[in-house]
Design a protein around this ligand. Structure first.
Ligand SMILES: *[C@@H]1O[C@H](CO)[C@@H](O)[C@H](O)[C@H]1NC(C)=O
Ligand SMILES: *[C@@H]1O[C@H](CO)[C@@H](O)[C@H](O)[C@H]1NC(C)=O
Ligand SMILES: *[C@@H]1O[C@H](CO)[C@@H](O)[C@H](O)[C@H]1NC(C)=O
Ligand SMILES: *[C@@H]1O[C@H](CO)[C@@H](O)[C@H](O)[C@H]1NC(C)=O
Ligand SMILES: *[C@@H]1O[C@H](CO)[C@@H](O)[C@H](O)[C@H]1NC(C)=O
Ligand SMILES: *[C@@H]1O[C@H](CO)[C@@H](O)[C@H](O)[C@H]1NC(C)=O
Ligand SMILES: *[C@@H]1O[C@H](CO)[C@@H](O)[C@H](O)[C@H]1NC(C)=O
Ligand SMILES: *[C@@H]1O[C@H](CO)[C@@H](O)[C@H](O)[C@H]1NC(C)=O
Ligand SMILES: *[C@@H]1O[C@H](CO)[C@@H](O)[C@H](O)[C@H]1NC(C)=O
Ligand SMILES: *[C@@H]1O[C@H](CO)[C@@H](O)[C@H](O)[C@H]1NC(C)=O
Ligand SMILES: *[C@@H]1O[C@H](CO)[C@@H](O)[C@H](O)[C@H]1NC(C)=O
Length: 842
């Protein structure tokens, strides 16, 4: 049951169909709407379901697809696909051009036909392949073993078309893909409706002579079964199709003196068209409404009225076609309207029926009949009334009932009721004078409607709908316990150079936050991004601090904030019947009993007591913030210029029990991809991680000291200096002043290095590894000086006995040699311990 509840549109439209069944004895048929060129619907038929054993055989030589297609009058692409079927060996496509003429394609060979589909009417279209019955020259065995020649066939409204395409197929051992619309993302789908999709197998052309058969075998179900893979804006709905292939027509007489253009618009707003010569039957001439010789305008799109000189085609009362100026006004004109069209009333009046059908009165007049309401024309104009109450709405003038009108109450003429009465279908929008446009054309920045009304009342004021009581300081999170999440995505665009002396990091960050706000509805939202000003709604407050939560607070600079609502293809919308602009509001279905979030309201709809879900919308709102954050890293660089450091920035939501949650990953902490320069002057950036814990989000820069430069500029020269110092041990012991000179000079140079280093690198109140290095090296050098002094003092020691002289020299030499060995050991020990510190081993 749950699955069915999640489908608002389906339910609503199903209801409409139930109602339609009440009003007329129609049958409900599942129809798929392809809203624009990105939509498509595909299904795989497993091989064992389609092909009988040993296909092609005597009584099964042909395979094909039939469907009923209702294309929109305007198609967005020059070549769009209606349907295709494919196995590994062959791909068959059928499509239409922008002027709705057919083309066919087998593999890559395309063939254009002169036949065109009827726009906004059901067309029975079949296409397939059949084994060529008498192949004159069998295909050479060695080239294509078992390959057989197939010819393509196609039919429109049961009439076979002349196609000269074919393919050679080795075997039918594959599953068959059947697609409505394009199979690939780079080609375009047609815009319109499809039903009666069937895969057929048999002999020769498999065109049924009666299209009701297609509806019986329709592969589309409500809801669409799992085996259909939808892509883009495609949705299923239910309609009552009486006789889709041969729809009877009402002949309406438009009794006003109008020029071609205005009369055409009036006729089209009723969902009809001018009669063409072929359609002029006896019955048409009987409904002859004029004493003039010109009976009616007729359709011929070759010339459309512009200047006063332009002429347009007319039907003559006596038969045949003539021409007269398009601007000249005819006494009356005829309009053929398919039987069974559904007219809908949009607007804030709930006391009248929403749906009507066209009915013919006596004397050739017509009116609109709902289950309890009707819309009739009298001498004073159009009247909307109901049999349930005395409320009556009135329109002056005898035409112009279609479209967006200001209906006045008969009893209270001051009150204005803007209602839209239209024949437009689920993927259309009605302009003010009732012309149907594609929904995507509304508010797209281009004026398309003849009355230029499709770009009116657009923009963020209309986009965003909320109750009067909306308070932007109140949090939107409705659920009492659990899920109160702010979804985040954080990306680091630039990490500026970090100077160890300044100890501050500067990051350019892009943060996208997403949260649910059940109180906001979106009307007429576009696919993808819908921007609006952030101050209109509640937005999360986020504090930034350096280090941990208690660190110094960080103020962002260069602050760009945008709020938007992102709509994907899957977010089907609910058409708002009480919005005269026919808006759709993006809604998440709710149903009573699910955590008490939703309300169910019983509505008396169309005279039948039916319960209808009233939805609380749960739209996801996004906010993207781009800002520059400068903050102190507060690093303790005691291992400078070595070591690993972490420079942290913390984000805290200032809302009780609202938690961070990642949009993309559950790994905690996770690494952020950073493509910029990892060399940050004094440090190298190893990686950037994000750690989430409840309300706290921590961004950490993992830094490593960059000792390379210091190795050359500090460690190597100082070590060399020490070696020079040490080399004094190798001077003759008698050369005291020489030894002293060398070691002392080295000591002085080391001191100079040290003071230079402490002046030019990070100043800290504590010792850094580099300071320790110098100090120890100085100490060693001092030891060398002292050792030299001791060696000399031993050498020049006053002796009493001659035998002691040799002993004295020997002792001095021994000490010198001892130093020669001990000093390198000490130095090695120093380097060893130092390396251990530098590599973080201890
Ligand atoms: C073809 O003929 C065989 C037997 O003659 C029969 O079993 C089969 O159902 C037929 N198939 C079709 C598609 O008519
Ligand atoms: C299609 O129309 C073109 C030009 O209008 C014509 O030359 C051609 O013969 C027609 N083809 C068919 C098959 O009717
Ligand atoms: C099928 O094979 C025959 C014989 O090789 C060849 O003449 C014909 O052009 C092929 N047809 C297609 C559509 O490839
Ligand atoms: C579909 O796309 C392919 C590749 O871009 C192109 O070659 C082909 O002509 C397209 N088909 C139609 C009908 O435009
Ligand atoms: C088509 O078939 C349906 C039932 O299958 C039948 O009622 C109808 O009369 C048929 N129409 C035509 C034109 O044969
Ligand atoms: C219909 O038109 C014919 C030809 O102009 C005219 O003679 C006839 O009177 C008209 N009939 C009616 C009912 O107006
Ligand atoms: C329209 O409805 C009113 C009130 O129910 C009724 O009096 C009138 O006869 C209806 N008109 C038509 C043409 O059915
Ligand atoms: C519309 O009708 C009302 C009466 O119902 C009348 O007072 C008013 O003048 C009419 N307006 C026009 C523009 O005809
Ligand atoms: C950044 O922008 C937000 C939203 O516009 C605003 O509330 C905040 O005060 C701004 N911060 C700074 C430092 O400009
Ligand atoms: C909002 O976004 C989250 C995360 O992407 C998702 O789980 C949730 O279903 C979305 N809610 C709605 C109403 O789309
Ligand atoms: C990021 O770098 C730190 C420090 O080197 C390391 O501990 C951590 O494992 C790294 N994280 C990832 C995901 O590589």
């Amino acid at each position: 049951m749950e699955r069915y509840l999640g489908l608002p549109v389906r339910l609503l439209l199903a209801l409409i169909c139930v109602l339609a069944m009440v009003t007329s004895k129609g049958e409900c048929v599942v129809v798929v709407a392809v809203e624009n060129s990105l939509g498509s619907l595909c299904k795989t038929f497993p091989e064992d379901i389609i092909f009988p054993e040993g296909f092609p055989s005597k009584n099964a030589t042909s395979v094909g697809v039939c469907l009923l297609v209702k294309p929109e009058l305007t198609q967005s692409d020059s070549h769009s696909y209606i349907a295709s079927f494919r196995t590994t060996h062959v791909l068959v496509n059928v499509g239409i051009t922008s002027s709705i003429t057919l083309w066919l394609e087998v593999n890559t060979e395309r063939h254009h036909l002169n036949d065109s589909l009827k726009a906004e009417a059901w067309n029975m279209l079949c296409m397939g392949l059949s084994a060529a019955h008498d192949t004159p020259t069998p295909i050479p065995e060695e080239e294509h073993p078992h390959s057989k020649a197939y010819e393509m066939w196609a039919s429109l409204q049961g009439v076979t078309l002349d196609v000269s395409l074919g393919a050679n197929i080795t075997a039918w051992e594959e599953d068959v893909w059947v697609c409505v619309g394009t199979r690939t993302s780079w080609n375009a789908s047609f815009t319109g409706f499809v039903t009666g999709v069937t895969l057929r197998i048999g002999e020769r052309e498999l065109t049924p002579d009666n299209c009701s058969l297609l509806l019986d075998a329709n592969q589309l179900t409500m809801p669409l079964s799992e085996s259909w893979k939808t892509r883009g804006p495609v949705f299923a709905l239910e309609e009552d199709l009486l006789q889709p292939c041969d729809t009877p027509m009402f002949t309406l007489v438009l009794r006003e003196a109008w020029g071609y253009d205005k009369a055409l618009r009036w006729c089209r707003s009723l969902g009809g068209h001018f009669p063409i010569e072929k359609e002029v039957t006896a019955s048409l001439v009987i409904s002859n409404c004029t004493s003039e010789e010109h009976l009616s305008w007729t359709t011929d799109a070759s010339e459309i009225a512009g200047s006063y000189e332009a002429t347009c085609p007319v039907l003559l009362a006596g038969g045949g076609v003539g021409r007269r100026p398009c601007l000249s006004e005819l006494e009356c004109s005829l309009c053929l309207v398919p039987f069974g069209l559904r007219y809908t009333l949009f607007g804030p009046r709930t006391d009248f029926n929403r749906h009507y059908r066209l009915s013919e009165g006596q004397d050739g007049s017509f009116f609109f009949q709902g289950t309890t309401s009707n819309i009739t024309l009298s001498a004073a104009g159009w009247t909307l009334q109901s049999s349930l109450h005395r409320g009556k709405l009135h329109l002056n003038g005898s035409w112009g009932v279609m479209g967006r009108r200001d209906w006045r109450s008969v009893y209270n003429p001051q009150a204005s009721n803007i209602l839209t009465f239209t024949v437009c279908n689920a993927i259309q929008f009605a302009s003010n004078d009732g012309v149907c446009l594609r929904r995507s054309e509304r508010c797209d920045g281009y004026v398309q409607a003849p009355d230029k009304s499709d770009e009116k009342e657009c923009g963020s004021r209309r986009l965003l709908r909320m109750d009067e009581s909306y308070d932007s300081s109140v949090m939107p999170f409705i659920s009492v316990e659990g899920a109160r999440y702010i979804y985040y995505r954080l990306s680091v665009n630039v990490v500026k150079k970090i100077d160890a002396e300044e100890d501050s990091a500067t990051l350019e960050l892009a943060m996208t936050l997403k949260w649910e706000d059940g109180r906001v509805r979106f009307v007429d939202s576009k696919i993808f991004y819908n921007y609006f000003p952030c101050h209109l709604i509640w937005t999360p407050t986020i504090m930034m601090s350096a280090g941990n939560i208690n660190g110094p607070s960080v103020q962002p600079a260069a602050n760009i904030t945008m709020c938007y609502f992102f709509k994907g293809f899957k977010d089907r919308e609910e058409v708002q019947l009480d919005d005269h602009l026919m808006g759709e509001s993006c809604a998440e279905i709710g149903w009573v009993g699910r955590k008490g979030v939703k309300v169910l309201v019983g509505v008396r709809l169309e005279g039948i007591a039916l319960s209808r879900g009233r939805y609380v919308t749960r739209a996801n709102i996004s906010q993207s913030r781009n800002f520059l954050a400068s903050y102190p890293c507060m690093l303790r660089v005691s291992r400078y210029p070595f070591g690993r450091y972490m420079c942290k920035l913390t984000f805290v939501t200032m809302h009780h029990k609202v938690h961070w949650k990642s949009k993309d990953t559950n790994v905690n902490p996770h690494t952020i991809k950073y493509d910029g320069d990892h060399d940050l002057l004094d440090y190298r950036l190893e990686n950037i991680t994000l750690h989430v814990h409840d309300r706290v989000l921590t961004l950490t820069l993992h830094l490593i000291g960059q000792p390379d430069y210091h190795l050359i500029s500090n460690f190597l020269p100082s070590a060399l200096m020490f070696f020079i110092c040490y080399s004094s041990f190798y001077f003759p012991i008698a050369e005291f002043s020489g030894r002293m000179n060398v070691s002392l000079t080295s000591l002085v140079v080391l001191l100079a290095f040290f003071s230079q280093a402490t002046n030019s690198y990070v100043k800290t109140p504590y010792y850094k590894l580099i300071d320790v290095w110098y100090v120890l090296l100085l100490l060693l050098c001092c030891l060398v000086v002292i050792a030299n002094g001791i060696v000399n003092s031993l050498r020049v020691q006053r002796v009493t006995a001659h035998s002691n002289l040799a002993k004295k020299v020997l002792r001095a030499k021994r000490l010198n040699n001892g130093c020669k060995i001990v000093m390198p050991i000490l130095f090695g020990l120093l380097v060893f311990v130092f390396v251990l510190f530098a590599t973080d081993t201890i």
